[in-house]
Design a protein around this ligand. Sequence first.
Ligand code: SAH
Length: 331
Amino acid sequence: MPDASPSSEGLTEELRARIVAAGPVTVADYMAAANAHYYATRDPLGLAGDFVTAPEISQMFGELVGAALADAWARAGCPADAIFAELGPGRGTLAADALRVMRRAGFAGHVHFVETSPALREAQAKAVPGAHFHDNIEALPPRPLLLVANEFFDALPVDQWVGDEQRRIAHDGTRFAFTVDGPIRETSPARDAAAAALAAHLARHGGAAIIIDYGYAGGETGDTLQAVRGHAFADVLDRPGEADLTAHVDFLALGKAASACVVSRVVSQGSWLETLGIGPRASALAARNPEQTQAIAAARRRLCDEAEMGRLFKIIALRHPDWPAIAGLEP
Ligand code: SAH
């Protein structure tokens, strides 16, 4: 999709004026302002955009997520009041693929999306007609959830710290610059709040959630903030609002913030998809589309191989204590 946004100069000027008036901004404030502009003004996904996500690589990804959610729903006794929900659904591709499988399994519940970008809401409404939209997790209806979030948490703002000093972003009249350098530690009150809100909903109303993102499970530290534009890394401080800003997800912190419900172990994307049967699914797809055999095998490798997305991307599940564990994420 062509970039229909006004230039990001407005945002750069707004941030500069804010810094002149009130001093350097936190990394989280900068990231929040940049990403709000970025997502509101374009569809960033796909070859013509800035980055490609797992559901855009192959339908197998959303289908296996849908199979895992449908299985949990069936083992929970097929509650008729459960809804399908997604956080940051992008183009709606994952939801459309997952729902195809879930409908076949008898799930007839409504669809609810948490999405702030008007441009992406439009694409999502086309992919999944009848979907309901919300600005935040707290606004989801009081029903059991079958929820998925892929590459949602990585886009939420992080703060950075050097020792006890919070790293901020200043402006020297020409360009943005960090106020301090050194060994960096990251925290994310925004992610903690989203995870806590999701866990509170699950604990109160039931259901299960699958969270997929790139990140670490062992409490590593370091600077993981990155900018991606046109499928290449860019300077985080150059033209805010014109690149996708993300940071690795700390799954340990996410699990802690979600302690109101049952939190699964963390599994790598590659091993989870293999456990769920991406092999047989790839074979079945290739049998029906022999001319796509190579492409299907390549997509599986991209999603599962350790050197590709297989190890960096990880899965964690949250659930109400009376709901069954998501397949492949049992304790
Ligand atoms: N899940 C999709 C898209 C990932 S991109 C996929 O896998 O292809 C991140 C998504 O999160 C986009 O849809 C973006 O608009 C949305 N998003 C980012 N920050 C958000 C916020 N604070 N609240 C709601 N949605 C947000």
